[in-house]
Ligand binder design. Structure first.
Ligand code: FES
Length: 535
């Protein structure tokens, strides 16, 4: 157990300078935050395309968002002879896929036991089938398209540190066995943490997420598909069963539209109230010894920590995630501090080389929502509520939605139906989340920080303040210049919170995020925050 703060961040050009911004491309970002993730040193050689849309072309499918969900859907459809186009507001992998820790598991944050309790035994088994199919699809893509993405099979260990956790572990174990997932008890976990009980899942996997989705993109384009970057869909109108996407560049017509953006963009949809945004924190560290685990490892703390190893450019990193919380509700810098302290308590850390956070959505009943979007025109689809299992559930979303569009029966369609109605026994989080949203909606407007002088805001930091009787979101850059915005979120009028770690304005209600100049980083907002002139 060693704590050597002196070694923090030494020699790493990516670690925050005084401005706090580690991503050198932040002002023209390639991820939705100021912190650079471990994956961003990879640069795709593929560039955005520029098709001639002036000929009134109607695509079979427009996919909005170029993360794992969007690109997998695009590839599966294009492979079946459909003509598809992907519109991405920023660049490929800009969203959560560029900030994931890329664990590929046969179990999920919502356990099979929880699924059985909230749904039934058959649903738990079907959930397991969907998860296994997602793992198989990823593996098949890697093999068939020879995607060089550091894909490796690993054992996945879960351990309990006390009797309460042991009980939880037991139910995780028994329910996994019941649905046919391979898992066994073990006495040997490659972790320095003391534990009481542990299990190991066979055939889990890991990969480099940006290399993987770039491989999908390459195949998609080779099959005649189109990827447009820097193309923000601002609205979708439907006339005579054709959807017209109005974008900042050119309008796109398509028979089907898929929102691969977590929540659908703009408007108010039931999905906005059925999914709560969370942030997860990750650090990648070098160790002073060689005790990097050759496995995926999870504890059962609340919230849990998760570990794995990845080699980038010949350098080994221990990647540790955890300290998740609801977006806009905790201090992100404290989450990073707590995470780092936890890792230092158990590992001989030489340096903390990367730290970044990412956003995911937790659904009301624990399972993702995948399929036709309720209260929208026919032929509009969405996929969200992946919890911390975006690689798997994004992949199965692509399978479910592409099957639906191709007119094939999907055995998972009913289970994941976004319009499903079910009693929320066992998963009454939705009540809590909605109450919380309502609270933020009202309370934040009454309790804005009463900062009398702009001088109280440090350079490189931001806050929502009262300024000349108006609420203003102020960011002061490193040179002391003020970037002032209207803090009212353009989606549904909640007040944004300052995220000093990612240098963004985060909306606690449905997770929209904006950069220091108010530009949308993450939906569901489609309009930028209004700029305000401060004397
Ligand atoms: Fe919905 Fe801000 S994201 S109000």
């Amino acid at each position: 157990m060693e704590n050597n703060d002196q070694n923090t961040n030494t020699g790493n050009p990516n670690y925050p300078d005084q401005s706090g911004i580690t991503n050198p491309n932040y002002l023209k970002p390639n991820r939705d935050g100021a912190n650079e993730s471990l994956w961003q040193s990879f640069h795709s050689e593929l560039s955005s395309q520029n098709p001639d849309l002036s000929l009134g072309r109607v695509y079979d499918a427009l996919i909005i968002g170029a993360g794992i969900t969007g690109l997998t859907t695009a590839l599966l459809l294009q492979k079946q002879g459909l003509n598809c186009i992907v519109a991405e507001a920023h660049n490929v992998g800009f969203g959560t896929t560029g900030g994931t820790t890329a664990h590929i598991n046969t179990f999920a944050d919502t356990t099979y036991d929880e699924t059985e309790k909230a749904f039934d035994a058959a649903s738990a088994k079907l959930f397991a089938t969907a998860i296994n199919e997602a793992v198989a699809i990823i593996n098949e893509h890697v093999q068939v398209y020879r995607i060089d993405c550091d894909f490796e099979w690993k054992p996945g260990y879960v351990y309990a540190e006390d009797s309460k956790q042991a009980k939880e572990l037991d139910s995780l174990y028994q329910s996994a066995l019941k649905v046919g997932v391979k898992v066994k008890e073990t006495q040997e976990v490659p972790t320095p943490v003391s534990y009481e009980k542990a299990v190991v899942f066979d055939n889990q996997a890991q990969f480099h997420p940006l290399k993987y989705i770039t491989g999908l993109q390459k195949e998609f384009v080779a099959l005649g598909g189109t990827v447009l970057e820097n193309t923000r869909v601002e609205d979708v109108e439907t006339r005579e069963e054709i959807h017209y996407a109005i974008t900042n560049v050119k309008d796109i017509a398509a028979k089907n539209v898929i929102y691969a953006t977590h929540l659908p963009i703009g408007g108010i949809n039931p999905q906005h109230f059925l999914n709560a945004p969370y942030r997860s924190y990750v650090i990648a560290v070098k160790l002073r010894d060689e005790k990097y685990p050759d496995a995926l490892i999870y504890d059962l703390q609340e919230p849990y920590h998760y570990f794995r190893t990845h080699v980038i450019d010949g350098q080994k990193y221990l990647i540790v995630g955890g300290h998740d919380h609801k977006s806009g509700h905790n201090d992100p810098e404290k989450s990073f501090r707590d995470l780092e302290n936890y890792v230092r308590e158990h590992y001989h850390v030489e340096s903390v080389d990367y730290k970044w956070s990412a956003q995911y959505y937790v659904s009301a009943d624990g399972l993702p929502y995948i399929g036709e979007l309720p209260l929208a025109a026919k032929g509009i689809y969405a996929a969200t509520g992946f919890n911390g299992n975006g690689m798997i559930l994004g992949t199965i979303s692509a399978k479910v939605i592409s099957d639906m569009i191709l007119g094939k029966e999907s055995e998972f369609a009913d289970l994941f139906d976004p319009a499903r109605v079910k009693p929320l026994a066992g998963f009454n989080e939705i009540v809590k989340e909605n109450a919380d949203v309502a609270y933020k909606f009202i309370a934040d407007r009454l309790s804005i920080d009463d900062i009398k002088s702009l001088n109280e805001i440090e350079n490189g930091s931001g806050a929502v303040v009262e300024y000349k009787d108006k609420k203003v979101a102020i960011y002061k850059d490193n040179a002391g210049s003020v970037h002032a915005l209207n803090p009212v979120c353009t989606h549904a009028k909640c007040i944004v919170d300052w995220n000093n770690s990612e240098k963004s304005w985060d909306c606690p209600c449905h997770g929209a995020r904006f950069d220091i100049d108010g530009n949308v980083l993450t939906g569901p907002a489609r309009k930028n925050l209004e700029k305000i002139t401060v004397d």
